[in-house]
Design a protein around this ligand. Sequence first.
Ligand code: IPM
Ligand code: MG
Length: 362
Amino acid sequence: MASYRIALIPGDGVGGEITEEAVRVLEAAADIHSFDVSTETFDWSCDRYLEVGAMMPEDALETLSGFDSIFLGCIGDANKVDDHISLQMLLAIRKGFDQYVNLRPIKLYPGVYSPISTANPETVDILVIRENTEGEYSSNGGIFKRGTPDAVALQTGVFTWKGCERAIRYGFEMARQRNKLGGSPAGRVTNCTKSNALNYSMVFWDEVFDHVAADYSDVETDMALVDALTMWFVKNPDWFDVVVASNLFGDIITDLGAMLQGGMGFAAGGNVNPEKDFPSMFEPIHGSAPKYTGKRVVNPIATIEAVRMMLEHLGEIEAGTQIQTAIATTLGAGEVRTKDMGGSHSTDEMGAAVVTKMREIA
Ligand code: IPM
Ligand code: MG
């Protein structure tokens, strides 16, 4: 029997209550699909920072490396610790474990309302591949002469050929696998760029894109400057299949993507090391919503989606597909709706409803 060890990092704010739903779904999937799962919880958070002066211990990565996967709730509580300090933890795991693909599916389920009027389940099915270890997030720079009239801040983006290539190539592989256009061409990869203004980094990025595209004659390519892309996401979401984007651009367009899929309560992401040299990490991409802590009002669908992605990454494809069907039928039925959906069901009630569906399908 396959068996998986999962590290849970609930984090801050509503992280605890959504992690409970992640565990509920994981355990149900293990039961239904006959695999073993064990979890260990780490209290790495802003509260820990206030107590001992660090979000996570120094040997955190060493500890995590013994796990098959990591589930992350949500990090950050600006009333306790500045975000740029607390969020380093997230970035340190992404970079330290070479999770160079940030996989962000944008899918609108039936029964979910999107504030964008072009969005419906037929038009919204996009996969953003965000480069996740370098680019604008390279943390290279400094602040000089701070507090003086001569203050200077430098934040240098670092784009390596290898770093760009492996993320972009992953995007082309996904387009082939998704086969959204149904054969010839199999799919379409849109290059999210800004080479009209960023005349080094993004010109370089485009060169890598063209280099990789040459290996995939069965995949259509397209290019959109990131500013225009935000417009096209709203106007014609159906045009998009796979989008490859640098770290910062991928960050920005996936919050817009979340609105296409009905809100932050539906958007999940995987920080993936495709070679499986290190554990990958899955998370809802929403924040920690400190004001809702303990109220059990947040929508756990993004969390459940993250668990689905984790199981698929671990090779439990059937379990993943089944969770997706359970989510779709639960949302489609429209009976259970959390606060963000205009309803009054709790986090637990939504989680329980999905699990009930999982068992019905099984
Ligand atoms: C995300 C988040 C993070 C990011 C923040 C919290 C550092 O916005 O995962 O999209 O920018 O990557
Ligand atoms: Mg973001």
